[in-house]
Design a binder for this molecule. Structure first.
Ligand SMILES: Nc1ncnc2c1ncn2[C@@H]1O[C@H](COP(=O)(O)OP(=O)(O)OP(=O)(O)O)[C@@H](O)[C@H]1O
Length: 326
């Protein structure tokens, strides 16, 4: 695989709570949430990587790190050979990657001001680029056309649009800078099934026309199956399995992937456990060893003691002691 996107051993923590005066006086450390805990991935240009996992597995945090909306505590993220700058850093302004990385969120109404017109929303990423009015209008019209909205939408307010139209506007805003990589965070999960399919098809069309690379975040294995070239299954901040969508869906190797995908039709379910026992452990003090062991039917003493090393099995990366035997 060539390496347009490289995520290398990335860790991102957040304080689990605000530091109190008592913490300060007692010199007590605030516990940390390990949102992303040592994730590594690679992706070709023009392909779609799905980050798949339950709520709280670190998908959104990893997506935000990839576009520079968050800064990793350690590890590196490279796009096209350049280290992704944090958007709050001065270096961002002069970076080759400025405008080349965009993110689309699940619920456009939370990321879009309902009182702004479509024209204002879509042109927003161009505001600091010193373009003429004509150039901005040309770019807005092109972006709207690409997402299937005509000029009659230009002056409509986002609050007057349907969910599907609002998501098209959010996508137009993301592509107006002609990005190379777009992180799509559950872009269809707030939509009805028929609209969901339209937006997924639109994303596929745009990827082809604009040679976009996608990191697509979802907890929905069916959506993942539709859109993915590659799948990274995340659990408690870690990538537990990573491979081509065909491989991962046809023969999931990690016990967690097996359970996660066992509800999806056509997935091989030979001898697989059908349900996951218990709850996702806390990301504040993740269990020692493999984070999945408290819920894994195959857990052994080794799983409780040490995090499994990466094993490559027929082009697939998997982190599970089952495959470390022998
Ligand atoms: N800004 C933040 N401050 C504190 N904790 C955070 C912050 N952002 C994420 N977290 C925590 O990090 C962990 C991973 O969250 P994240 O949103 O990345 O997971 P996710 O897989 O995208 O889940 P969801 O689908 O629910 O958004 C969770 O425990 C979450 O509570």
């Amino acid at each position: 695989m060539s390496e347009f996107l490289i995520v290398d051993s990335v860790v991102k923590t957040y304080p689990a709570r605000r530091r109190t005066i008592a913490d300060f006086i007692l010199r007590r450390r605030v516990p940390l949430i390990y949102a992303v805990n040592g994730a590594s991935l690679k992706l070709d240009r023009g392909r779609t990587l799905v980050l798949l996992g339950e709520s709280g597995s670190g998908k959104t945090t990893l997506g935000r790190l990839i576009v520079g909306l968050e800064r990793p505590d350690s590890g590196r993220i490279l796009v096209d050979g350049e280290e992704v700058p944090y958007v709050g850093n001065k270096a961002y302004v002069n970076s080759k990657l400025r405008g080349k990385l965009q993110m689309v969120f699940q619920d456009p109404s939370s990321s879009i001001d309902p009182f702004m017109s479509v024209k204002e929303i879509v042109s927003e990423p161009l505001t600091k680029l010193h373009l003429s009015k004509n150039e901005v209008m040309k770019a807005v019209n092109e972006a709207l056309e690409l997402v299937g909205l005509d000029k009659s939408f230009l002056n409509r307010r986002s609050s007057d649009l349907s969910g599907g139209q609002r998501q098209r506007v959010a996508i137009a805003r993301a592509i107006i800078t002609r990005p190379e990589l777009v992180v799509l965070d559950e872009p269809t999960s707030a939509l009805d099934a028929s609209i969901q399919a339209q937006i997924l098809n639109l994303l596929v069309k745009l990827q082809r026309e604009l040679n976009l690379t996608y990191v697509f975040i979802t907890h929905d294995a069916r959506v993942a199956k539709f859109i993915a070239d590659y799948v990274a299954v995340m659990y408690l901040g870690k990538v537990v399995e990573y491979g081509s969508a065909d491989d991962v869906f046809n023969e999931p190797l990690h016990p967690y992937t097996q359970v996660l995908l066992s509800s999806v039709p056509t997935v091989g379910t030979r001898g697989l456990p059908k349900t996951i026992i218990g709850e996702v452990p806390s990301a504040i003090s993740p269990p020692k060893g493999c984070p999945f062991w408290p819920r894994c039917p195959y857990a052994t003493d080794a799983c409780k003691a040490v995090y499994p090393q990466r094993r490559i099995i027929e082009n697939r990366e998997v982190y599970c002691h089952i495959y470390n035997k022998g």
